[in-house]
Write a protein that binds this ligand. Structure first.
Ligand code: FES
Length: 103
């Protein structure tokens, strides 16, 4: 596995969001309430990129149809929560002053 840097730690802040493609895999790095998350940049509902969504109250809200996905549990919020897949998370890796992923 190789480490891929996605951001400098100093550049992160609550509300930070940056899309990346690593080895052809679409990723989205997010910071919310001091926690860093790395998720697949693909909505579990109908595959829209989540990078254009907004971060609100611990969730990322997909711009396509407005469904919010909890950044801690990965589950959809609201009526469809039992019907949709969860967000796909990747482990966040810290190396020096960088944050990234190992793939
Ligand atoms: S594609 Fe994201 S809410 Fe429909």
């Amino acid at each position: 596995m190789a480490f891929y840097s996605l951001a400098n730690l100093v550049d992160l802040y609550d509300g930070f969001s940056a899309a990346h493609k690593v080895n052809g895999r679409p990723l989205l790095l997010i910071q919310d309430r001091g926690e860093v998350f790395l998720i697949e940049n693909r909505c579990p509902h109908m595959d829209a990129p989540l990078a254009s969504g907004r971060i609100s109250e611990g969730a990322i809200v997909c711009r396509a149809h407005g469904i919010g996905f909890d950044l801690r549990s990965g589950r959809a919020r609201g009526a469809l929560s039992d019907m949709l897949d969860c967000l796909r998370f990747f482990p966040v890796v810290y190396e020096g002053n960088k944050v990234g992923v190992e793939l």
